[in-house]
Design a protein around this ligand. Structure first.
Ligand SMILES: *Cc1c(COP(=O)(O)O)cnc(C)c1O
Length: 389
């Protein structure tokens, strides 16, 4: 039964510790608040976290910015098509439109809710230039299949890894799989946060160079380096109309300490996910799939789906959770249902039966490190009571 004295349990909360706070204060006192030494240290620490100190890490002020920079650096533009999943946040696809290229949406695999490689291949046309797989909820996409398709058809791959930190596939961390670029998000509700922020990761030195220039107004200081040993501190050249996508040192200060805690964060998320999986096994619910044996799921989201035999409707389920003081959400309202995407590409639900059905029957329940064991038990009790009512 609901205890009316319990405070509202939000759907998501960040876990910010004293070390993060002290580092931010140190930044504020240092006099250097925008991009500087801490952003650089954060990039290096991120490369080390990925186990590849030489990999290029480019800190940006959002994952959206990172996706935009990656596609821009790959030369995506008008007349090109980029294939991605309909079951994602609009940021994944909007960056394609920033560049004047077209988005081609593909349906998902009904088991993993990740983009189905078979449908990616079916969506390829002579205009296709790239694929953006999204590691939905933190479960890796079948990247071997995606990279195979890309190789066969000469396509670029940019991974939207906003959910996938840390996630592995065949024991390799997402970010090191061999795509052209991978982009992580440090938005407030992600597995680690800098408030707002993102990281573009690539092994392609040319791509990295272009993204670094475009991250800050299209400003290039290397052009000068080639002709003189001594660059005046005030000199730069503008080589393109770039963007304002740099990460501040205030944000990087948070990131440096969140990154140190990431492995412990993942372990706690996995523990909560396992408690949910155990507690809900007998309910008329479809539970999220486990990663392959030996692999890591980041457990950014815990998505329940009402089974065919469930009598309750999804909207009612969420209302009852809220009535018990527990925040829930839906990931996602598929892109094909949003007016912009629907009208721009004349999309209908029948084209995406798996995403449509999953959407109608899904809800995301709270899963984050700041939850206490009592919070977890409270969510379990509420889900069980509602699912069995
Ligand atoms: C959060 C999210 C983004 C955007 O991340 P920002 O850092 O907020 O720009 C992109 N794609 C997916 C799948 C996301 O969940």
């Amino acid at each position: 039964m609901t205890n009316p004295t319990l405070p509202f349990l939000p759907f998501a909360l960040p876990e910010i510790g004293e070390e993060e706070i002290a580092e931010v204060v140190d930044t504020l006192r240092s006099g250097w608040v925008t991009t500087g030494p801490k952003a650089r240290r954060f990039e290096q620490a991120f490369a080390e976290f990925l186990g590849e100190p030489q990999i290029e890490c480019i800190a940006v002020n959002s994952a959206t910015a990172g996706l935009h920079l990656a596609l821009e650096a790959l030369g995506i533009g008008p007349g090109d098509e980029v294939i991605t999943t309909t079951h994602t946040f609009t940021a994944t696809a909007e960056v394609v439109r920033y560049l004047g290229a077209d988005v081609v949406l593909a349906d998902i695999d009904p088991l993993t809710l990740n983009i189905a490689p078979r449908l990616v291949e079916a969506a390829i046309t002579p205009r296709t230039k790239a694929i953006i797989p999204v590691h939905y909820a933190g479960l890796a996409v079948d990247m071997l299949a995606i990279l195979d398709i890309a190789r066969k058809h000469g396509l670029r791959v940019v991974e939207d890894a906003a959910h996938a930190l840390p996630t592995t596939l065949e024991k390799e961390l997402i970010g090191t799989m061999g795509s052209d670029a991978t982009v992580f998000s440090f938005y407030a509700n992600k597995t680690m946060t800098t408030g707002e922020g993102g990281m573009l990761v690539t092994r392609n030195a040319e791509l990295a160079k272009r993204a670094r220039v475009m991250r800050l107004h299209g400003m290039n200081r290397d052009a000068f380096d080639r002709f003189t040993a001594k660059v005046p501190s005030w000199y730069y050249e503008i080589v393109a109309p770039g963007f304002k996508y740099n990460l501040t040192d205030i944000a990087a200060a948070l990131g440096l300490h969140q990154l140190k805690r990431l492995t412990a964060f993942q372990a706690r998320r996995e523990q909560i996910a396992q408690a949910y999986l155990d507690a809900f096994a007998d309910l008329p619910l479809i539970l999220p799939p486990l990663p392959p044996e030996g692999d890591t799921h980041s457990w950014h989201l815990f998505v329940l789906r009402l089974a065919d035999e469930a009598v309750i409707e999804r909207d009612v389920f969420i209302e009852r959770m809220f009535a018990k003081g527990i925040g829930c959400s839906v990931h996602y309202i598929p892109l094909h249902l949003h007016p912009y995407w629907r009208d721009r590409y004349e999309l209908s639900p029948e084209q995406f039966p798996h995403s449509q059905k999953a959407y109608e029957r899904m809800l995301s329940i709270p899963l984050y490190t700041a939850m206490s064991d009592a919070d977890v038990q409270r969510v379990i009790a509420a889900v069980r009571e509602i699912a069995l009512s």
